[in-house]
Ligand binder design. Sequence first.
Ligand SMILES: [Zn+2]
Length: 379
Amino acid sequence: MSKGTGILREVNKRKLLSLVRRYKQTSRKDLVAQMGVSKNTVSLIVEELMIAGLIEEVGINGQSSKGRPKITLQLAESAYQSIGVLVNDDHIQVTVMHYNGDILENQKIDCSCQHIEQTKDTIVSVIKDIQGRYSNIVGVGVAIPGIVNCDQSIVYESARLGWRNELFDLNKEYGLAIPVRIQNRVRMNALQSIEQDVATSEKSIFFLQVSEGVGGAFIDHHQILSGGSWTAGEIGHISVKDNGPLCTCGQNGCLEVLISELAFAKRIQETRGKKVELPLQDIHSEEVEVIANEFGNYLGKALIHIIHLMNPDQIIIDSPYNASQAFTNACMERVRLSALQIPLMMTNIQFQKKTYDQVTGAALSVFLDFEHNKLSFHT
Ligand SMILES: [Zn+2]
């Protein structure tokens, strides 16, 4: 077999695996239709993957038109695992995920992540420990707050951690054989959010997340747009208020400094005169409604830029204020006032009810990188 044929075979194999993962249960016949390849190709790949212990048959699901039983396929118990790592200010979260999405274990390790060497040492030792307990780990995804070049493993800037132009290459620096990819943490979350819905994930989506900061990602057909310097989607640093408060980036009135969870806590503290715990329970109180209304208005102003410049099919908003109607109404009202009519009609804006865990997103990103052939071929 030539090298080219071998790669094509591997690409088809990963595509088939990705379909089995996303549909949970499928059949050879459906895979032929989805992949646009011959029946024979699908049968050969399925056989190979069954022998490798990656997929399995689980019995008969209905009758086909010719009356022959349709055999269902699913991922096997012994299929791949991935490791997700989330770097926070004072701790690291680690998760191990099965290829079918099940979480196999979680850990939280104290670490002063301002110290980059200590952070790397801690991550490497936990990876080695996990590798000793699992047999089929495809890779590690490390989620970092900041601007990250994932191809060269460089953190350009992390204001939260105080890192600037830092190499973060655990394969080169520590000789780890298992592929490790770093990525901005909101982007990893974005992937997780869209992967929940097979139909949605085929479209172009702008994902926006409000947490301690505000970040975003533009995704088109499962691929995150990076831009020229890995900053595409950084909605948090669009200024929406002249002479607004000073942001960590040096500008005034950034969306992040106005509507992040930290900004929210600060505002509530000012009116109540005491420290508050987040997430806030009484989101419907009058004082909260006033703030939520203001925050919605700021968000709406930023969204208009996204609608006009990126023109996504869908905007998904993951924020702790989504349960507040004052927030969603103010946001939509602002958008309606200022956006052009056609994209306004065509863009589906969703205030997501469920929030996703960033460390789970990091683990899932490994499988997506694998399926999209961004992880090295180990054939
Ligand atoms: Zn800023």
